[in-house]
Design a protein around this ligand. Structure first.
Ligand code: FAD
Length: 458
């Protein structure tokens, strides 16, 4: 360790306490990479502040020494955003955790950034409310990470993305300035909405320390169905009918045949007699349980819009539908690449066909499958190429993102940009937009110490 680094670490230990600064062998492997498993270096030090004041002190010291800092939440991100580069310090939010307040009248909860999402959901539920942010990584991801990636998930069709569930937040700037904007009001038109700058910024503009989240009444019942369909046009028509006729629609998840057959077989779950070209999970929430969904399915079956449908008769059956959709078994495929893109809903079907053809033209033996949150225009693409090397993985990205650009889509729907999509940001954002982003970054972090190399192409 250089004399300069030792000096910074001594100063940090004096300000935060010895136990809040880890170095050398004290640094666990989990600080190396997020869930994309692309991180290569351990950070030089891990800072573990337990208060907002300590976060501010840590950043003030690092900024004065031009020491780069990577904020780390639950490390479940899929874009490499929390991965340290050689020489970075990590700033872990894990000790800044807990629910500060649930305000029943305002229907809000104020939460520290390091609180795991599931813990916040449980606290809301215990108070009779629903915290509507929800994703598969709920047990490990943190509220600060959810805000910083503007996470999506399976309930967006009903509740919006994370951004739509945040009323206020607190963030610490690179120079240690604390911006406390813990607003609880729905309406607040008092100039620029600074809160939105930090949501989806992936830790490049400030460190989020607290958030005020919107709560909703806890739904009394839930019903889940799995539908079989023949064409993507039918999937769109089903979505439109469901949005018109099912007031409690809370999930609409489509799986293309390639995905559904693979994951159902891998989980040893047989749902339909013959494999459908498209399978769709429809879930509703509300006071009544399955009656409105049953009536809806009878209608669309009678109109020939769907070929078949199953309604979950038990929690176990419901879990089996979701198990197929969550597709954990895909991880068994070699060199799996998960891509997350967004396109206008009407063009997702044509895009998937072109994408499948383009990938297989280059990699004939590739396993390519599609699934997604169709109501939110979000498609996930899982690609596996046996014995793929780095250049193959790069080529897969190139093929898919060029096609996304030609369809006028977005290279990231919900996972963010991090490092993995940084070089493709220009496929979806214009040079003028990138220039404004650079100016914002320079204004808030003039020395570029916060998560350098993430989001913005150099
Ligand atoms: P991290 O991975 O630790 O960090 C993510 C980014 O945020 C990094 O750039 C980091 O520097 C920054 N950051 C973290 N905390 C802070 C903070 N307090 N202040 C400033 N910056 C910060 N994502 C979806 O959108 N939808 C899904 O449905 C979904 N499902 C998933 C399922 C699984 C099984 C897994 C493994 C991941 C899934 N993800 C999903 C991706 C991931 O869970 C989300 O991106 C999540 O919001 C990341 O939270 P985290 O706390 O793990 O953040």
């Amino acid at each position: 360790m250089s004399a300069e680094t030792t000096h910074i670490i001594d100063e940090l230990k004096r300000a935060l306490g010895d136990d809040a600064v880890l170095t050398g062998g004290e640094i666990g492997d989990r600080h190396k990479s997020d869930a994309s498993r692309t991180g290569l270096s351990l950070p030089k030090a891990v800072l573990r502040p337990a208060s907002v004041e300590a976060v501010a002190a840590a950043l003030r010291i690092c900024n004065a020494h031009r020491q780069s800092v990577v904020p780390q939440g639950g490390m479940t991100g899929l874009a490499g955003g929390a991965n340290p580069a050689t020489g970075d310090f990590a700033l872990s939010l894990e000790r800044l955790a807990g629910v500060e307040e649930i305000d029943a009248a305002a229907q809000t909860m104020t939460v520290k950034a390091g609180t795991p999402l599931e813990a916040a959901q449980k606290a809301a539920e215990a108070a009779g409310f629903l915290l509507a942010i929800d994703l598969g990584a709920r047990g490990s991801c943190q509220i600060g990470g959810n805000l910083s990636t503007n996470a999506g998930g399976i309930r967006v069709i009903r509740n919006g993305v994370t951004r739509d569930n945040v009323l206020g937040l607190e963030a610490v700037l690179a120079d240690g300035t604390v911006l406390t904007m813990l607003n609880k009001m729905v309406k607040n038109n008092t100039g620029y909405d600074l809160r939105q700058l930090f949501i989806g910024a992936e830790g490049t503009l400030g460190v989020i320390t607290r958030a005020v989240l919107r709560l909703k009444p806890l739904p009394q019942g839930r019903a889940t169905a799995l539908c079989a369909l023949n064409t993507y046009d039918d999937v769109i028509r089903l979505l439109q009918r469901a949005q018109r006729e099912l007031s409690g629609l809370s999930a609409f998840e489509a799986m293309w045949r390639s995905y559904f057959s693979f994951t159902a077989a891998a989980e040893n779950i047989r749902l339909f007699d013959s494999e459908p070209d498209f399978a769709v999970i429809i879930e509703t929430e509300g006071a009544e349980q399955s009656a409105p969904l049953e009536a809806f399915l009878e209608g669309v079956l009678g109109d020939g819009l769907i070929a078949d449908a199953l309604i979950a008769q038990s929690e176990k059956e419901r879990q089996s539908f979701w198990m197929v959709r969550e597709g954990r078994s895909l991880d068994r495929l070699p060199a799996l690449v998960n891509l997350d893109v967004s396109l206008a809903i009407g063009s997702l079907g044509a895009f998937a066909e072109s994408c499948d053809a383009a990938l297989k033209a280059r990699f004939p033996a590739a396993h390519v499958s599609f699934f997604g949150h169709i109501g939110d225009s979000n498609l996930h693409i899982a690609v596996s190429v046996e014995a793929a090397g780095d250049s193959d993985l790069h080529e897969i990205d190139e093929i898919v993102y060029r096609l996304v650009a030609s369809f006028g889509g977005s290279v990231s729907a919900e996972h963010g940009i991090g490092t993995l999509k940084r070089d493709y940001l220009g496929f979806s954002r214009k040079p003028e937009e990138l220039e404004v982003m650079r100016r914002i970054k320079l204004a808030l972090d003039p020395h570029g110490i916060l998560n350098p190399g993430k989001v913005l192409p150099s």
